[in-house]
Design a protein around this ligand. Structure first.
Ligand SMILES: Nc1nc2c(c(=O)[nH]1)N[C@H]1C(S)=C(S)[C@@H](COP(=O)(O)O)O[C@H]1N2
Ligand SMILES: [Mo]
Length: 435
């Protein structure tokens, strides 16, 4: 026998505690299970005195919620704690109208890489239609061998795939002030989910394609009838027609019951409430790919079909309006993503970009998905200028804003993927480093 196994069971602290809890529960002394670790006198108090509000300076007092029953089981759809009042979507700064509007994901409140469905960013050009899935149809026609009409149920019967991908609006954020206060205000038009649906290729295999097929024009069923043209190679690659998001059916805000998902491409191409895919030999040159979602350069020419969301990262802790409340060891946290593939490295700086160290990438590291990063740092009351820069598998390095402006001028609006600085003051307050 080893020395360890000779230790009597009741001397193992966890065993002792469990036995004691069982005894107390049997003897009717406890209501809440956590109470066993406390003295008998506390338990007697809990039973005989009126329940007082908890005093945070007495953390070992049995709290009020331990002395009573909780809420009943099986609320039909679970909700976050009512104390989590900051984890909410907000209208994009400056917007007043809610119909053609954006709302941001509260990035500074989120952990990991999956955005909860209720906090996914929104961009609607004509509000959120309420679509009855039984009445909804998807038409695929044009330069196909057969034109086909699918019900939502029929689409769900094809072999499916589930993939984790980010989606980002290309106006996230613009090149000009006012700069936002929080991470959400700066860059909250990005979110990430596990999407389930059929690959568009599966449906195109059903319709067949004529040799002249070069583009597919996707159209939404909302009041904006949002229309975008996607090159056929992309459509036969990783494009999906999705019906689920993080395990449940798409939210109305995200395109219920069907949405086009175009991994790595700007959010505008991910047509929601998808009703029509028109296979053609040329793009539609719709409003959304001419007047909007083109990039006017300093020389007066515009880039068109600038589809791919380039490599970007953002520190979400510490970030604007947060506060460091203790000195010593901290962890810088953030998200990085690239429409070209996987994130290979994230560098972080606490001195405004003079020196950089490599952050640790948190697994999983998935293609065209948010990747979380972490980097420890010491804070002892000195001022810091915190920032991150991401590098993707093509070797592309996230640029500074000055570099982007040098290249594109100041009239450009979309595709600002520049490095975002946060200033930490000597009192620990965090503010936008651009302001
Ligand atoms: N039918 C339709 N599809 C649409 C839009 C729209 O207004 N109508 N907005 C587009 C834009 S600009 C973006 S950024 C994304 C936003 O998707 P989300 O609201 O799910 O975040 O959807 C795109 N698809
Ligand atoms: Mo967008």
């Amino acid at each position: 026998m080893t020395k360890k196994s000779m230790v009597p069971a009741q001397q193992d602290p966890s065993q002792t505690a469990l036995a004691r809890r069982d005894f107390l529960i049997k003897s009717g002394a406890v209501i809440g299970t956590a109470a066993y670790a406390l003295g008998n006198s506390d338990l007697v108090n809990a039973e005989t005195t009126n329940i007082a509000p908890i005093d945070p300076s007495q953390p070992l007092e049995v709290p009020q919620w331990t002395r009573s029953l909780g809420a009943p089981t099986a609320s039909p759809y679970g909700k976050p704690s009512t104390f989590e009042t900051k984890a909410v979507r907000n209208l994009y700064p400056g917007l007043k109208d809610t119909m053609s509007a954006y709302s941001t994901s509260p990035l500074q409140e989120l952990d990991g890489i999956i955005t909860p469905n209720g906090l996914f960013y929104e961009r609607h050009h004509a509000g959120v239609p309420q679509i009855d899935p039984a009445q909804h149809r998807l038409v695929i026609h044009g330069l196909t061998e057969n034109a086909l009409i699918f019900t939502v149920d029929e689409i769900r019967q094809f072999p499916a795939v589930s993939r984790v991908h980010f989606m980002e609006c290309s106006g996230n954020p613009s090149f000009l002030p006012p700069w936002g206060k929080t991470a959400a205000e700066v860059s909250g038009l990005v979110s990430c989910a596990e999407w389930t649906g059929v690959t568009l290729k599966t449906l195109l295999d059903e319709t067949g394609l004529k040799p002249q097929a070069k583009w597919i024009i996707a159209e939404g069923a909302d009041g904006a009838a949002m229309t975008r043209s996607i090159p056929i190679e992309k459509c036969l690659g990783d494009v999906m027609v999705v019906y689920s998001q993080n395990g449940e059916r798409l939210r109305p805000e995200q395109g219920y019951p069907l949405r086009l998902f175009v991994p790595g491409y700007e959010g505008n191409t991910h047509i929601k409430w998808l009703r029509r895919l028109h296979v053609t030999d040329a793009p539609a040159y719709s409003r959304e790919e001419t007047a909007k979602y083109t990039d006017l350069m300093a020389d007066g020419k515009a880039r068109k079909f600038s589809f791919v969301m380039e490599c970007k990262s953002l520190v979400t802790y510490p970030s604007g309006t947060q506060k460091l409340t203790r000195k010593g060891l901290h962890e810088m946290r953030g998200i990085a993503w690239s429409g070209h593939g996987k994130i290979t490295r994230v560098d972080v700086s606490v001195d405004g970009g003079n020196t950089w160290t490599q952050a640790r990438l948190q697994e999983p590291i998935l293609t065209k998905a948010l990747t979380a990063f972490r980097a420890p740092f010491e804070w002892n009351g000195q001022e810091l200028m915190i920032m991150s820069r991401a590098i993707d598998e093509t070797g592309y390095v996230q640029p500074m804003l000055e570099q982007l402006i040098d290249e594109r001028g100041k009239v450009s609006f979309y595709h600002n993927n520049s490095v975002q600085p946060w200033r930490v003051s000597s009192s620990g307050e965090v503010t936008n480093g651009r302001a």
